[in-house]
Write a protein that binds this ligand. Sequence first.
Ligand SMILES: O=C(O)CC[C@@H](O)C(=O)O
Ligand SMILES: [Zn+2]
Length: 445
Amino acid sequence: MQVLLTHNTDWLGKYRGSGPVVLKPKTTQEVSSILKYCNDNSIAVVPQGGNTGLVGGGVPVRDEIVLSTSLMQTIESFDPVSGILTCQAGCILESLDGYLADRGFCMPLDLGAKGSCQIGGNIATNAGGIRFVRYGSLHGTVLGLEVVLPDGTVVDTISPCRKDNTGYDIKQLFIGSEGTLGVVTRASLLTSSRASAVNVALLGCESYESVVELLAQARGMLGEVVSAVEFLDDSCMDVIQTNLPGGTNPLSANYPFYFLVETSGSNNDHDTEKLNKYLESVIESGVCVDGTVAMDTTQQKALWAIREEISGALLGDGYVYKYDISLPVSKMYDIVEDMRKRCEGLTVRVCGYGHIGDGNLHLNITSKEYNPELLAKIEPYVYEYTAGENGSVSAEHGLGYMKSKCIHYSKSPAAVTLMHQIKSLFDPKGILNPYKLLPPNSANK
Ligand SMILES: O=C(O)CC[C@@H](O)C(=O)O
Ligand SMILES: [Zn+2]
């Protein structure tokens, strides 16, 4: 029973279905047989990877069966000349990166949940993460996919080649489709040479304007060696210090904002010189008021942990309302300040952090327990605000169940209609991951 409960409940403990069965196929053929049977018998199916999603996309809403890819963990091939890796969907992201590290390469994707998320789930949600700023989205680094359609048909676009301009690029439709069009069973990805020189610095600053300036100067002065740029506010540092056992601020004092910059390259002297010049410049101009540079990989991991563990540490406050939005970088923090005023007296904290290099804000609001009055203050306001800035209501986490009715804030009616048509074409009986990504299809009926 515990196994069923685990597969029916999302990582946040916010969404819980009552799927009566969890199936764990090992091969594409088994996935195909399962889907064909379910399609023939109109049984709804939720594809599930590592179940680390944040929008309730990977767990049943009602009694859908769970199709877990967790036993599909074979790394099939790696070409050290082209850097192309081919593997099954259930491979854990961190294991793939470890496999590549032994061969001098790295995954083009890295995120806090790397220890349990699976590459098939990453692809299905088009996960972003901290290396997006360097390697771009999975739409560029996934070279081929093998996908099983709801009727059991296997569509194989796996290729050992980087370039392929033959016809419609079908695989793109499955990247970010959140398991609503087909089940990803295998993938080939373009990996990158692993950097031999990595530097990580955490800087403190007095204002959000300074954070934006630190980003602009990092782009200008560090250029091609920048591999990650992240930010967090004082409330995030506080949650690390308060809720995380042993969580400390490595700087000499607390500041309103923190900026984390990582460089990765192949020549340590070159990168260090660039980083030092950058640090001198931002300290001299007063944009940065304090900072620390990690001296070894242990210290680098400790600096990264501050950023990566915010999400988990926030759970210690009680209930978390999560928003993952794209906004113009210079105005990105306004909504955090706005929400603080709007929700005054109802929250434990309102904090902002995220992938500043990608214009992606994680606005997280916490309260001791779930409070509908607070939720009504946040939604739909936060979505309307984002739409008003032409932003995206889901920058990297997907729409899942949480935002399945919110797509119109970021996509036009014509685009949504087309999406419904694509869904009907691939999944005419609607058995795959129902209630997710798209709102009910009334417009086309
Ligand atoms: O929990 C969140 O809101 C963000 C999680 C993740 O995307 C991150 O960047 O840490
Ligand atoms: Zn993120």
